[in-house]
Design a protein. Structure first.
Length: 186
């Protein structure tokens, strides 16, 4: 797969077998919705998989990206992809890009306890398990989004998400094949 925009545009990265990657068209749509320049913005990539969306955010100038991936072999792919693009990836401290190798729901709770807040949250949970609705509920319950934040959930069309969850309000939805992007704001 390739980075589709920003300073790493055209650069290849690894895509592990066994995950459903965010298709280029959906990934492009995510960044078309948010704007091409993410300078100064913080980005949270939940259920990060290969890290494609978070690495795209880095490429487009995000000042900080936090990748959350539970599966150890996918977390290792994120590390390899960061190394390939020469993106410093830490697990804490002052590193602008971090990898948290744990469950997305637990990570949101820890990030809230640490007082971390994000301008943009992207979540692409595995399909067929009702996890998009569950992560939306978790994001609505914990204070990790700023008043001007955007939350984007990628989910299958069969999973119907609510119009509001806590202070998160559904702004719009876009369909890309069997994939939906549901965009929430505060």
């Amino acid at each position: 797969m390739k980075i589709i925009g920003g300073k790493f545009k055209g650069r290849n990265f690894y895509m592990p077998q066994g995950i459903q990657p965010t298709q280029n068209i959906a990934r492009k749509a995510v960044f078309d919705l948010m704007g091409q320049d993410l300078s100064g913005l913080t980005f949270l990539d939940l259920f990060a998989g290969s890290g494609a969306v978070g690495l795209e955010a880095v490429s487009r100038g995000a000042s900080g990206v936090t990748f959350v991936e539970k599966e150890p072999r996918f977390a290792e792919i994120i590390r390899e992809n960061a190394d390939l693009l020469k993106v410093p990836l830490g697990q804490g401290g002052d590193s602008p890009c971090k990898l948290i190798n744990t469950d997305a729901f637990a990570a949101v709770k820890v990030l809230a306890r640490e007082g971390r807040k994000f301008h943009i949250v992207f979540a692409d949970p595995p399909y067929g398990l009702g996890l998009a609705k569950k992560i939306l509920k978790t994001l609505g319950a914990y204070d990790i989004v700023m008043p001007t934040s955007t939350v984007i959930l990628q989910h299958e069309r069969r999973e119907i998400l609510p119009a509001a969850e806590g202070r998160l309000l559904l702004l719009r939805q876009r369909k890309y094949g069997n994939t939906w992007l549901s965009i929430y704001g505060c």
